[in-house]
Design a binder for this molecule. Sequence first.
Ligand SMILES: *Cc1c(COP(=O)(O)O)cnc(C)c1O
Length: 337
Amino acid sequence: MIDYRSDTVTKPSPAMLEAMFSAKVGDDVFGEDPTINELENFTAEMFAMEAGLFCPSGTMTNQIAIKCHTQPGDEVVCDKLSHIYQYEGGGIAFNSGCSVNLIEGNRGRISAEQVLHCINADDVHKAATSMVSLENTSNRGGGSCYDFAEIVKIKEVCNQYNLKLHLDGARLFNAIVSKKETPKQYGEIFDSISICLSKGLGTPVGSLVLGNKDFIKKARRIRKVFGGGMRQAGYLAAAGLYALQNNVDRIAEDHHHSQMLATALGKKSFVDTILSVETNIIIFSVKNEMTPKLFIEKMKENDIYMYPISPTQVRIVVHLDISKEMIQKTIEVIEKM
Ligand SMILES: *Cc1c(COP(=O)(O)O)cnc(C)c1O
């Protein structure tokens, strides 16, 4: 099976399993799991941020950050395609009682100027704008990356208007590897950063939220309220440590593989447009007699799985369980179509 439906489908490698088996664990609600403590410290240091908090999912880390940065009745600014708005079950309203101001960005990326224009006036009629959330890379934007200079400009607007700045970095390492950036650059700018260990980094479970000590203290309380306080989860944290130490640089391979697939697709007359490939996600539309459904069925006949993300578009996600041989086989299948 060649599975391009998502980068969440990866299974732990033998070396990762080995690290999990030999983890030292304790009760993390008591703060006594040494491996979780190590993972939180290791990641915070990597980003030069004060502290980190290990959580079961990226939805939880995002929702905790929103809850920490807002009061009910506040407004959150983000792109219309954002995961926090599209795919977290209405959590912004459900958990934090906030409204949203949705920006129509460029493939999931918003600009400082757009942020500036949607900050509400200090007026009793209006919701108080209290935070901005960015997503890098953008999932629905097809793995698009921010230009770091624009993030710096957004931060200046946030400083000027006293807004918190959160980063949904579910695939931040894809951006960092693709744009040759560093985690510390991000740590310097954002009030909170969420990263997923279970996407491109290949662990079975887990995300972290990073921030200053006061933020993490509050986040730890909210994690408990959300039901995310875990006990001997050091077995999972060990997978995270292994991934951060071994699986970051290799992401470049995934990006190379997605370029190869995009090149093969670009030669086919039934392929309409391919969103320029920046990382591990390829989104393309089909035309003539081809439909996403038909394309996906053809792939399935060859034991290749992809996901139709709209009535005209297919999404392919490359990840660490996709080998060079699998890419070759997929290209052969595409060429024969
Ligand atoms: C996957 C993802 C998340 C978190 O998803 P979980 O399945 O809850 O871990 C958050 N943001 C983006 C952009 C994602 O792709």
